[in-house]
Ligand binder design. Structure first.
Ligand code: ATP
Length: 309
């Protein structure tokens, strides 16, 4: 009997490992929407992670050779710094995140983490060092516990619960009829954009990457949820090297440096104050968003009066 149990237990472990591996591939395919073509170099070594310095060195990139997406992008993020990237839709912001995770290779230039070219290190070690909170989080058709623990499958229950708490989603989960066992995803409970982002933040907390990339959702969250997510992110980003791809400038005011991208190039960079003082592209974007925010709040102010009438 014992002999039968051992192989079954072993099979269980193998099954779980395969399931995680498949889930991983599924996630990657969904993110990429294409077949993977990046391979480890035969000489690839594990990344030796030190303080977590990131350097984009004169990077050029295109998806299709007819259209350049990034041109001579050159910047660095010192360990523990928070750098924000802003710019119009299509400027190439999310592409920076994809390149840092090495979903694609640069066409020219280099990307270095702690002085090591991404192409010279194993993908497994790279992806352990970098955590991405994507714009749209993929949820698996499984329990919410599984979906959170996916950040680090070997995490203990207490660690998963703590991560959910830090991501401000624990209360929500525990208030569901099936709590942690609630099934989510396509065939389960559909989570809102804000809830999904919190699951992604929870995963990132569990993963404890040295380098964190936050790709802010383009779809607008309500301002209360957005503020809560900003707050959570600020807590999580503390002591991490952070790259924030921002769609709302309110997100970036506290960044150590802001890169303003236009058609694949960095047009301006500086702190929020410096860029406002420069009176360039960032300053006009800021003015525009402030005006939009004022119009929104005026509409919000008048809305209850209309309902009462
Ligand atoms: P947004 O603010 O809308 O998220 P972004 O600045 O992050 O935009 P990217 O997602 O980096 O922009 O895309 C930059 C350009 O690259 C866009 O014109 C986009 O159409 C193109 N692009 C993105 N992904 C691919 C792909 N897989 N194949 C071909 N072109 C792509």
């Amino acid at each position: 009997m014992l002999q039968l149990f051992i192989p079954l237990g072993f099979l269980g472990i193998v099954y779980r490992q395969i399931k995680y591996a498949l889930a991983d591939m599924d996630l990657v395919f969904k993110l990429l929407e294409r077949q993977p073509e990046i391979q480890d170099a035969p000489t690839a070594k594990p990344l030796v992670l030190r303080a977590g310095a990131v350097r984009f060195e004169h990077v050029d990139f295109h998806y299709d050779s007819e259209r350049a997406i990034l041109r001579d992008v050159d910047f660095q993020i010192a360990p523990g710094q928070k750098i924000a990237v802003v710019g119009h839709s299509g400027a190439g912001k999310s592409t920076l995140a994809r390149l840092l995770f090495r979903f694609y290779d640069v066409r020219a230039g280099r990307i270095l983490i702690d002085g090591q070219d991404l192409r010279a290190v194993t993908q497994t070690s790279l992806r352990a060092a970098v955590g991405i909170v994507p714009q749209d989080t993929v949820l698996f058709n499984d329990t919410i516990y599984y979906n959170l623990a996916y950040g680090r499958p070997e995490a203990t229950r207490a660690e998963v619960e703590r991560a959910a708490e830090m991501a401000h989603i624990r209360e929500f989960i525990e208030g569901l009829p099936d709590a942690w066992e609630t099934r989510v995803g396509e065939r389960g409970l559909k989570l809102s954009g804000g809830e999904k982002q919190r699951v992604a933040i929870g995963r990132a907390i569990l993963k404890r990457p040295r380098i964190l990339v936050f790709d802010e959702a383009t779809s607008s969250l309500d301002s209360h949820t957005e503020q809560a997510i900003q707050q959570t992110l600020a807590e999580v980003a503390e002591n991490h090297t952070t790259l924030v791809i921002a769609h709302r400038l309110s997100t970036v005011v506290d960044a150590d440096r802001i890169l303003v991208m236009e058609q694949g190039r960095i047009r301006e960079q500086g702190t929020h104050r410096e860029l406002l003082a420069a009176g360039g592209h960032y300053a006009s974007m800021w003015e525009l968003q402030q005006r939009e925010a004022r119009t929104m709040s005026e509409q919000e102010d008048t809305a209850p009066a209309l309902t009462d009438a």
